[in-house]
Design a protein around this ligand. Structure first.
Ligand code: GLY
Ligand code: MN
Ligand code: MN
Length: 476
């Protein structure tokens, strides 16, 4: 955990922000429960709720936090370990000790909390909560706020997402969007593990091995680093499938292996890195040509990222660079501004440039992607490709984001666009046929917006074709 003062300071900033919005009542921040594999004794790996971690720090199930907006008091709630808990899962600090560790008072047991919140609700006080993303949390919220208890499961659960507090969502997003020095240090630790993961992959990726050998090596590097993955590893020679979790292929000479992976630091800050490797250690000249376009697009966006620049403009600059390159290769034709305006480039890059990164790999997106990445000045496009941009608004110092352009040849999408004559004035579908089996290339790094521009976080992982080839040969 960070110091108790860090959590006190964070809650005090939250209080000030909510006071400025005129909010009254009680902020209720439930921590996560264990998710059982069967009734009780075996559970999935526990992951604490990120907002609870941010404001109360404790990485332990069945705790809850409150911030009283009228008295300014914060409290931690939870049940002290029973003898059964101690026997089965070992001794744990009691609530008093935990409350002191995060700089607040000990409120009481979880049943005392639900009684207190139900009484507050009956007395007409507002209970502010964030949209739940786990059904168990939704049911717990429903129980504590009284409103939907004993009604249908959907009303008890997901119906509560619509009743979440907008002032709280806005305040939490504003606060968690600006990363402090200690948070950046955590992300750099996660990136240290990412460096080791890609070093291992570059050492091992060779013809005849299965994708799962590399995926296992990546995941074991995370485990040996004492960490957990920040999301399920993508490791596939079918890189055109954007979030491919299948590891069933054997790698062949000349394949491109796309690896998108990340780790969490001890305090659960994420890294998120993608590299595309030539199986056997050497890119073909055609692979190098496409790779160069993706790298140019990424570098264009990174150079441009700075306070006051909208990330949507970085996205547009990246896809314009990509489209220009694809035009030079003869796959696109016409004026590059028209190509991009009409969205023809999205055949090759149907996703956005990147997303916020932090305690969640897609930071806070469960609070509502538009609350995180859009605002009154930047509304979401409905154009294919651009509509998948997760973060569009203006950049500011302290923001951490991914920059992850890609170029993919997706046979089903190519066939659909050709059959439906979508953007046919801009696309040479005959030339494209030669790329049907190409796969996909993505390059992803994590950046911090500084006072004057941006900085790529972490120890540099080889990413030029020459750098990757040199690293792979050095290891072969
Ligand atoms: N790892 C998923 C992503 O890059 O967004
Ligand atoms: Mn990624
Ligand atoms: Mn990403």
């Amino acid at each position: 955990m960070f110091s108790a003062a860090t959590y006190s300071q964070r809650r005090s900033t939250l209080l000030q922000q909510l006071a400025a919005e005129g909010a009254r009542g009680i902020v209720f921040m439930p921590g996560n429960e264990e998710v059982p594999l069967n009734y009780r004794d075996n559970t999935y790996h526990f992951r604490q709720d990120s907002t609870f971690l941010y404001f109360f720090g404790h990485d332990q199930a069945d705790l809850n936090g409150t911030v009283d907006l009228d008295t300014g008091e914060s409290a931690l709630w939870g049940d002290d370990p029973s003898m059964d808990d101690i026997i089965w899962t070992g001794p744990k600090p009691d609530l008093e000790a935990r409350a002191e560790r995060c700089g607040c008072t000990a409120g009481g047991t979880n049943s005392a909390l639900s009684a207190a919140l139900q009484a507050a609700q009956k007395a007409g006080r507002t209970i502010h909560f964030l949209p739940p993303y786990r059904l168990a949390t939704a049911c717990w919220l429903a129980h504590c706020t009284g409103e939907h208890f004993n009604t249908t499961l959907s009303e008890c659960g997901w119906g509560l997402r619509d009743k979440a507090s907008l002032p709280l969502i806005r305040s939490v997003v504003a606060q968690r969007s600006v990363k402090g020095i200690e948070e950046i240090a955590e992300m750099e630790k996660a990136l240290g593990i990412s460096y080791a993961m890609y070093a291992k992959a570059m050492e091992l990726a060779r013809p005849g091995l299965g994708e799962r050998c590399i995926a296992a090596a990546l995941d074991s590097t995370v485990a040996l680093g004492g960490a957990h993955n920040s999301f399920t590893t993508i490791c596939s020679v079918r890189g055109e499938v954007l979030h491919n979790h299948d590891y069933s292929h054997t790698m062949h000479q000349g394949d491109l292996l796309l690896i998108d992976s990340g780790a969490e630091s001890d305090l659960h800050y994420a890294s998120d890195i993608t590299r595309t490797l030539p199986v056997g250690g050497l890119f073909s000249s055609r692979q190098k040509d496409v790779y160069a376009l993706v790298l140019d697009a990424q570098q264009t966006a990174i150079r441009m990222a700075a306070p006051g620049i909208a990330y949507r403009d970085c996205h547009m600059a990246a896809v314009t660079s990509l489209a220009d390159g694809l035009r030079a290769m003869g796959l696109l034709r016409g004026n590059v501004e028209d190509i991009v305006h009409n969205g023809a480039h999205a055949l090759f890059m149907p996703h956005g440039l990147g997303h916020m990164l932090g305690l969640d790999v897609h930071d806070m997106e469960h609070l509502g992607e538009d609350h995180v990445g859009y605002d009154a000045a930047h509304t979401r496009s409905d154009q294919f490709g651009l509509r998948s941009l997760r973060f569009a608004r203006e950049l500011f110092p302290g923001l951490t984001l991914t920059v992850e352009p890609g170029c993919y040849f997706i046979p089903a999408l190519m066939d659909k666009w050709k059959a439906e004559k979508i953007c046919r004035e801009f696309i040479d579908f005959d030339a494209l046929e030669h790329f049907r089996d190409f796969g996909g290339i993505r390059i992803e790094d994590d950046i911090l917006i500084t006072a004057t521009g941006s900085r790529v976080l972490g120890r540099p992982i080889p990413k030029t074709p020459e750098g990757i080839e040199a690293r792979m040969h050095a290891r072969c």
